[in-house]
Ligand binder design. Structure first.
Ligand SMILES: C[S@@+](CC[C@H](N)C(=O)[O-])C[C@H]1O[C@@H](n2cnc3c(N)ncnc32)[C@H](O)[C@@H]1O
Length: 288
């Protein structure tokens, strides 16, 4: 890590006053880190681990007044932040979806596409943007708009509602967009737009029982948009996947596209923080 980045993070953390209303400024420090250190997808892959390992190496940067904070609260906050970013940067849950969307974007570059619930780091949008220059991503991000633009993605740093203007896009896509699912369909209906959504269970309407039966919520979705086609399929990771689709490709084709996308090989994942932390402590032990 560059010396200037280290100093900038140090300055921020040392002036961070943490009380019951303010928590440790780890997300802000990560923004500084990512802006200064991340140039390409390779840097991004290791960003969470490199950044969090650096924080573990420098507990003295934290302005703490109790040993409790140093022993539990800070490491826990760092680990929690690390898990969030690693999850956003895990390509495994994205590759299948990305490869299906590539096939669906029949007009390629010409299809203006909005990725809703794109992730705190919109890795899926970035993967799509490798060969498509019309990708926008919507979510509340943990990296700056400037850095997202470096990856050829147009950021919309906000949450979607049913009234969001999506008139500027040809197609909305969502890879398990959680709480945005229903509003995404409503917005697509309002503006008569195409869409492709891979559903997650947490984005579906909940009733008194923890799990609403699939048939029930499918009917709910159909009540919002009678055009919707729902596909089910198996993937590498889940026994049942549900997709909702309204779009330019005939249904039979979409079914084939989903099936073939769900058979793609698992990409590699970055180094785990646990390993890095072990290295740090193991290294220290050896020094001692
Ligand atoms: C399970 S994650 C999926 C992230 C990403 N699509 C991926 O493939 O990893 C769901 C995301 O939806 C976002 N989200 C939830 N409600 C939203 C809304 N109304 N508008 C935009 N994003 C939303 C959350 O912030 C979260 O990052």
């Amino acid at each position: 890590m560059k010396r200037e980045t280290q100093l900038e993070i140090k300055k921020l953390l040392m002036t961070n006053v943490c009380d019951c209303r303010n928590s440790y400024n780890i997300p802000e420090a990560f923004m500084i880190f990512a802006d200064r250190e991340v140039e390409n997808e390779q840097d991004l892959k290791f960003a969470a681990t490199d950044f969090c390992a650096f924080l573990f190496e420098h507990p003295e940067y934290f302005n703490v007044d109790s040993l409790q904070d140093l022993c539990f609260a800070i490491p826990e906050t760092i680990m929690f932040f690390h898990a969030e970013i690693e999850c956003a940067l895990d390509p495994r849950e994205k590759s299948e979806f990305v490869s299906a969307v590539r096939e669906l974007l029949v007009n390629g570059e010409k299809t203006k596409t909005l990725d809703v619930g794109a992730g705190v780091i919109p890795l899926g949008s970035m993967m799509l943007a490798r060969d498509n220059s019309n990708i926008s991503a919507m979510d509340k991000f943990r990296i700056s708009d400037g850095l997202i633009q470096k990856f050829n993605v147009t950021p919309r740093n906000e949450y979607l509602t049913a009234d969001t203007d999506v008139g500027g896009y040809d197609m909305l896509i969502g890879n398990t967009p959680c709480g945005a699912t229903i509003d995404m369909i409503k917005a697509a209906v309002n503006y008569d737009r195409k869409y492709f959504i891979r559903f997650c269970t947490c984005g579906l309407p909940q009733d008194k029982e923890a799990q609403r039966p699939a048939k029930d919520w499918m009917n709910q979705l159909r009540a919002i948009d009678p055009r919707i086609r729902i596909f089910t399929s198996k993937s590498h990771y889940r026994p049942h996947e549900y997709y909702g689709y309204v779009g330019p490709v005939p249904d039979k084709e979409v079914e084939k596209i989903i099936l073939s996308a769900n058979n793609i090989k698992e990409p590699k994942f970055g180094k785990k923080l646990r390993d890095i932390v072990m290295e740090i402590f193991h290294g220290r032990k050896n020094e001692g």
